[in-house]
Design a protein around this ligand. Structure first.
Ligand code: 4AD
Ligand code: MG
Length: 459
């Protein structure tokens, strides 16, 4: 526990302690007649610690000159009840050590509100702001919650490869991995390439997770995934983290139950561990953040088939930009209408038409739809995509053929249906979409430390 974290505990309980030493970065400095204040933060807590600087400090005048916003410091002093408004506790400094200065002429984070667009141009510094600080603490709490949730349920955490030779989603949004010189003439000759075959950054760990589920029953993977999807939207990243549980001996109903329990758990956990940050988001970003969390935790999610959802969308007077028709994919505007406006809570849409979903989803008896499920969240739209998998060898082979998937490359995936196949299901949660949903942040680029998007891989 860092010193500031301990102070956070003290702030919560309102019990001042004796002498402490803290380290962090100066957030503000105010010089008054006869003394000065500075606020210091080390990222462990939303509130800054106010430090009172008095003239009896060694080198007081010099110190004040160098103690600028952004400087790194170590302060020794005594905590006391604050006389001023706005904080319960302040620290009276007896010794201040400056580690590194920050020139006020050039340090870009001065004490004023900066736009998120501007902050993205200083990705290496923006985590020192209140909002990004709160985002990354919540992001961290979400990760802990996820591992704890699965551990409590006996899921094995597995690591699936980042380099792969298959396009799990079949959407062709792959980044190629090669060690060939792009200017050389042999660049299409894969036998000369590192892996001897075309290789890519993974779009999903699902296929490997399925193999592991056939040995351990319940598994999950939580890692980076990559999509060369040229969508310049507030919900798409080229590199994002995905949580993918996979359960053997499980059908679509069990999959939906897990997704719902999972989201409820993560929201409860974050409310409990980061209450100040969540209140901050509610106050400053989106006044429905706490109500949304409450809604997720305490209400059952809506469940509706794709066919019924289409009927509902066709009935409404709402004008959509994209057409609504059975067989077409739902667009974000449709997803948001369903979850945000119509049901006003998360909605699980099931049984999508075969033509708009991936080859691995289990064909339903109607032969027109597959056992898919998407969880749609207010404001965000699709946050989870999952399915019961096709466990029947003959049906899977046919579906792969229809989808133009190369059966040769996926021989091992077919083997899983040859040897001890069982009904199984799983889903993928877009981790950044979860953090976005939870914090009310408008843009997905502001919930990952160093976002990768079209034309942008800086930092
Ligand atoms: O729906 P998707 O494409 O599903 C899969 O990849 C399955 N293999 C998952 C599985 O069943 N194991 O992606 C899953 C989730 C989406 O619901 C969305 O939340 C997120 O990943 N996602 C993205 N997040 C940020 N940027 C992108 N470009 C994303 N594409 C998908
Ligand atoms: Mg999807």
């Amino acid at each position: 526990m860092t010193e500031n974290r301990r102070i956070a505990e003290i702030l919560r309980n309102g019990k001042p302690e004796e002498s402490v030493k803290i380290q962090g970065w100066v957030r503000t400095k105010r010089e008054l007649k006869g003394f000065a204040f500075m606020e210091v933060n080390d990222g462990s807590y939303l509130a800054n610690l106010q430090v009172v600087l008095e003239p009896k400090l060694p080198n007081y005048e010099q110190l004040l000159k160098h103690l600028n916003v952004g400087a790194s410091v170590e302060v020794t002093g005594v905590l006391a009840e604050s006389q001023g408004k706005g904080q319960q506790i302040e620290m009276k400094a007896s010794l201040v050590k400056i580690y590194g200065e920050a020139n006020p002429e050039t340090y870009p984070l001065q004490k004023k509100r900066h736009s998120f667009e501007f902050l993205r141009t200083i990705g290496h510094l923006r985590s020192r702001t209140n909002t990004l600080g709160a985002v990354f603490r919540v992001r961290n709490a979400c990760s802990s919650a996820i591992h704890q949730f699965f551990r409590e349920r006996g899921f094995l955490w597995i690591h699936t490869p980042i380099i792969t030779t298959s396009d799990c989603e079949g959407a062709g949004e792959l980044f190629t991995v090669t060690s060939l010189d792009p200017t050389a003439s042999n660049q299409q000759d894969y036998s000369q390439d590192f892996f001897g075959s075309p290789a890519y950054l993974t779009v999903s760990g699902q296929l490997e997770a399925e193999a592991m589920a056939m040995a351990f029953r319940d598994v999950y993977t939580f890692g980076p995934t990559f999509r060369a999807e040229n969508s310049n939207t507030s919900r798409h990243l080229a590199e994002f983290w995905m949580v993918e549980p996979e359960m053997a001996f499980c059908d679509l109903g069990g999959d939906m139950d897990l997704a719902e329990a999972f989201l409820k758990y993560v929201f409860s956990f974050v409310l409990e561990t980061c209450p100040e940050d969540m209140e901050f988001f509610n106050k400053r970003m989106d006044q429905s953040v706490l109500a949304t969390a409450d809604n997720i935790i305490n209400n059952e999610f809506e469940r509706i088939s794709y066919t019924d959802a289409i009927a509902l969308l066709e009935k409404t007077n709402r004008k959509f930009q994209y057409p609504v028709e059975w067989g077409l994919d739902l667009q974000s505007e449709h997803e948001r209408y369903l979850s945000q406006d119509y049901f006003q809570k998360p909605v699980i849409v099931t049984d999508y038409p075969t033509g708009i979903k991936a080859f691995y989803m289990r064909l339903n008896d109607d032969a027109k739809t597959v056992a898919a499920m998407d969880v749609l969240a207010p404001k965000i739209g699709e946050i989870i995509g999952g399915a019961q998998r096709e466990e029947r060898l003959d049906v899977l082979e046919r579906r792969m053929h229809e989808a133009g998937m190369p059966a040769d490359d996926l021989w091992w995936y077919l083997d899983l249906r040859r040897y001890g196949t069982v009904p199984h299901a799983g889903f993928g949660l877009g981790f950044e979409r979860l953090v976005q949903f939870m914090t009310g942040m408008d843009n997905i680029r502001d919930v990952i430390p160093f976002p990768r998007t079209p034309l942008n891989a800086e930092f």
